[in-house]
Every structure is written in structure tokens, then in C-alpha cells.
Design a protein around this ligand. Structure first.
Ligand SMILES: NC(=O)c1ccc[n+]([C@@H]2O[C@H](COP(=O)([O-])OP(=O)(O)OC[C@H]3O[C@@H](n4cnc5c(N)ncnc54)[C@H](O)[C@@H]3O)[C@@H](O)[C@H]2O)c1
Ligand SMILES: [Fe+2]
Length: 404
């Protein structure tokens, strides 16, 4: 058993190092950016200038009903661009969603996507793009990294939550409700062509969604920063995101109309996306994805609850990294160990202040062995986590999330 463990750990670390060094051959340029209050208005002109003629707008019903897309429709019309709308994206988008969107794109001869919404519509457009360029390969066979091999149609991504960073990432996350599974596909082909960070679109985001999506962004930054595949640039992106989130998330929740806080949160989520798309996430996301697939627990909420437990599991191995994050958010302490502890306490306080619980209400004890197995299957060997977790450690961690 001991020997098997050593060999398995060695295998994971070799795999992660190969990916890490191999990643230098890819182009990691960020997407084109339209940024600032009212920047959405500039999008149709950019689409026109890039030579596209017919866009498929991928969004959800809620956002249509809120009237959030009306200014986009007006400016598309003013620019003389044709467009169609698919508004049936579910939170935690499904394989069926991706198929429907791909079929519509093809039958209507569209030439680009406008993905408008939270991570769900953006990921739905990415997954539909995959169905278009790899129609004979089921999506679950592309899960993991670098299995796409083809460029998907251009995506103009307009985030309306400040959380997933999907507008910046090379990842899509998709659910298969029949099998209660949710999985991620990562490939540079999935990076959107352009991202629009317009804070006017997030002003009406309800407090609870602002909080949980904001901590999702924080989780991206922290998991990337404590992982073993950082570059100078990902460290910088992650620290900037952490600082902006601690400075702005409480204000964005308490005073949703505060444009500065809203804009800073969009910028933070974007930089956290740039950080983790290169440096990966870790066990927090692996477990959160399984809770999303099994019980439909919203992604941000699951991450927010799990993050402190996983950081405590990593223990002193990440003191140095957490101390650096602690300093970036203005905490003080005599040494790395104290600073690291102070950061975890600050995280718990942030969750508490944002009314985020510390247990997962839907979690059932009898599901824990399967959930742990699936989470480890997603994480190992792919995620360059600071400390590798085994089945019984993962089960123990999940037990801590059981509602009392
Ligand atoms: N591709 C990636 O890199 C990546 C990274 C992290 C998470 N994800 C995935 O993204 C999905 C979650 O995305 P999300 O957290 O942004 O939530 P979401 O897109 O599922 O939206 C959640 C809810 O918020 C509402 N909403 C969104 N914007 C709003 C606004 N401005 N005003 C009012 N309501 C608004 C939506 O209508 C929806 O009901 C999950 O499937 C997750 O796995 C992807
Ligand atoms: Fe996430």
C-alpha cells in the first residue's frame, strides 16, 4: 500500500510537470477586452469590424426577463447585424443544452456566438462550439486537457456575474443530469475571442449570487496561487484578484449599485480566470463539481463552503503562499504560519459576513464514498495541488461538510 502510494504520487507529479513545461508551447494571450461602464455598446461594432455577420446569442431566460439584453439587441440592430437568441441555458448547463445550441447555430448558418450571462451561458456556448467542430466525439470523451485539436467558432463573452472568469479561460464545465455528473474540458481552443467587462450588467445581481460567485473567483485565485504550476504572471493575476475581492466583495453585496465595487469585482474575476486557466484549480473545485453534478449545488456556493476546509487540509505546506496572499490583502503577522492562519480566518469571516453557510445542506453521508472517488478522479493526476489527497482523506473532508 505504502509503495503503491509512493508510485502514484510520483506518477501525479511527473504528469503535472509534463503539462507545466508543455504549456509553454501554447499561446496564452488573453482575449480582446472591452472594459468599463457602457462598454457593451461597443461590442456590435467590433463584431462588424471583425467581419462576422450573424451571431447566435446564448443566454438564460432570467436575464431576458430582466431586460438585461435589451441594450445589446438595440445596438446589434443599429449596427445592422443579424442575430438569433437561445435563452434556455440552465444553471450548470447540460449536454442537451450544448446540443440544442449547436443545432441552432448550424441550421441558421451563424458565424459567431455572443455568450451573455454567468458562467452557465458562456460554458454552454463553448460546449456547443465543441459539438460543432467535433460532432462525432461525445463531450465526456474530451474531458481533461488538450483533447480538442480544433478551433471552435469565435465567442464574444459578456459576463453578468463576477465569478467564473469563463470569459478568460480555456475551460468549459458541463453537466450530464442522467449520470449526475459534471465535468471540465480544458483546451486553448476554448478561450473566447473577446470579453466584455461592463459593470452596468452586474448592478442588479442579487446579493446571494454576488457573494457566492465572488467567492468562486476568490477560490480560483487561491487554488491557482497555492498550486505548483504558477508562472510569474499567474501569481500576479491571482494576488491582484485576491486583493480586489477582499476590498470590494462586501461592498458589492451590501450596496449592489456601487459601480466601482462592481467594476473591481469584474476585473478581479477576470484576473482570477487568467490565473487559474494556466495554473489550474485544485481539490476545492474537484469536490464542488461533484456536488454540482449530484445535487445541483450552485458552483460558487459549493466552492465558498469547501475552500477553508481544503486549505486546512493542506496545512503548513502552503504557509508561505497563504502568507503572501495575507500580506496582499493587508493582514499582518509575525511569520508565515501566523499569516497563513490569519488568511484562513479572514476567509471564514468573509463567508460569515456574506451569509455563506459552512455546511452543504444537500450532502448525504451514504454518497460520500462515491463523491470522493469521483472528485479524486477529476483532480488526480491533473491538478497540481500542493498536497495529494487519497480516498480516505477526501471522505474525511466531505464528512466535515455534512449538515449537523
Ligand atoms: N469555464 C470556466 O472556466 C468556469 C469556471 C468556474 C465555473 N464555471 C461554471 O460556471 C457555471 C456557474 O456560473 P455562474 O456562477 O456565473 O452562474 P450562472 O451563470 O449559473 O447564473 C446563476 C444565476 O444568476 C442569474 N444571473 C446572472 N447574471 C445576473 C445578473 N446580472 N442579474 C441578475 N441575475 C443574474 C442567472 O440568470 C442564474 O439564474 C457552473 O456551471 C460552473 O461550473 C466555469
Ligand atoms: Fe469556479
Amino acid at each position: 500500500m505504502f509503495i503503491t502510494n509512493i508510485f502514484y504520487k510520483l506518477y501525479c507529479r511527473i504528469f503535472q510537470n509534463i503539462l507545466r513545461w508543455g504549456s509553454y508551447i501554447f499561446n496564452w494571450d488573453p482575449p480582446k477586452l472591452l472594459k468599463g461602464q457602457g462598454s457593451l455598446k461597443g461590442l456590435p461594432n467590433l463584431i462588424f469590424k471583425e467581419g462576422f455577420k450573424k451571431a447566435l446569442v446564448v443566454t438564460d431566460k432570467n436575464l431576458i426577463e430582466l431586460g438585461l439584453l435589451d441594450p445589446l439587441f438595440e445596438s446589434l440592430q443599429a449596427e445592422g447585424l443579424s442575430y438569433l437568441v437561445f435563452d434556455r441555458v440552465r444553471p450548470n448547463p447540460t449536454l442537451e443544452n450544448a446540443d440544442e445550441v449547436a443545432a441552432l447555430y448550424k441550421s441558421e448558418a451563424c458565424d459567431c456566438f455572443i455568450a451573455f450571462g454567468g458562467g452557465s451561458p458562456i460554458d454552454c456556448a463553448k460546449s456547443a462550439g465543441l459539438r460543432l467542430v467535433r460532432p462525432r466525439t461525445p463531450l465526456h470523451l474530451m474531458q481533461g486537457v488538450l483533447k480538442v485539436f480544433r478551433k471552435i467558432p469565435p465567442i464574444f463573452a459578456v459576463p453578468t456575474t463576477a465569478g467564473t472568469g469563463s470569459e478568460a479561460t480555456v475551460a468549459t464545465v458541463i453537466s450530464n443530469p442522467e449520470k449526475q455528473e459534471k465535468f471540465a474540458i480544458s483546451d486553448p481552443a476554448l478561450r473566447p475571442f473577446c470579453a466584455v467587462l461592463d459593470p452596468l450588467l452586474t448592478l442588479g445581481l442579487p446579493k446571494h449570487i454576488t457573494a457566492t460567485t465572488g467567492v468562486d473567483a476568490l477560490t480560483h485565485a487561491v487554488e491557482a496561487y497555492v498550486g505548483r504550476s504558477n508562472t510569474g504572471q499567474t501569481r500576479q493575476d491571482a494576488l491582484l484578484a485576491c486583493r480586489l475581492i477582499f476590498e470590494n466583495l462586501p461592498t458589492a453585496c451590501q450596496d449592489g449599485g456601487n459601480l466601482v465595487a462592481r467594476e473591481n469585482m469584474l476585473v478581479a474575476a477576470h484576473h482570477a480566470g487568467l490565473a487559474f486557466t494556466r495554473a489550474y484549480v485544485g481539490y476545492v473545485h474537484a469536490i464542488a463539481h461533484k456536488l454540482g453534478g449530484y445535487y445541483n449545488v450552485p458552483h460558487g456556493l459549493a466552492n465558498a463552503v469547501i475552500l477553508p476546509y481544503v486549505l486546512e487540509f493542506y496545512g503548513s505546506k502552503i504557509d508561505k503562499q497563504l502568507a503572501q496572499i495575507a500580506l496582499a490583502i493587508g493582514l499582518e503577522g509575525p511569520d508565515d504560519a501566523h499569516l497563513a492562519r490569519a488568511f484562513i480566518e479572514a476567509l471564514k469571516k468573509l463567508n460569515h459576513d456574506l451569509d455563506i453557510p459552512h455546511k452543504i445542506q444537500e450532502l448525504k453521508a451514504e454518497d460520500i464514498p462515491t463523491l470522493a472517488k469521483m472528485a479524486l478522479k477529476e483532480a488526480n493526476p491533473l491538478y497540481p495541488v500542493p498536497v495529494l489527497m487519497n480516498q480516505s482523506q477526501c471522505e474525511d473532508l466531505l464528512k466535515k461538510l455534512l449538515p449537523s
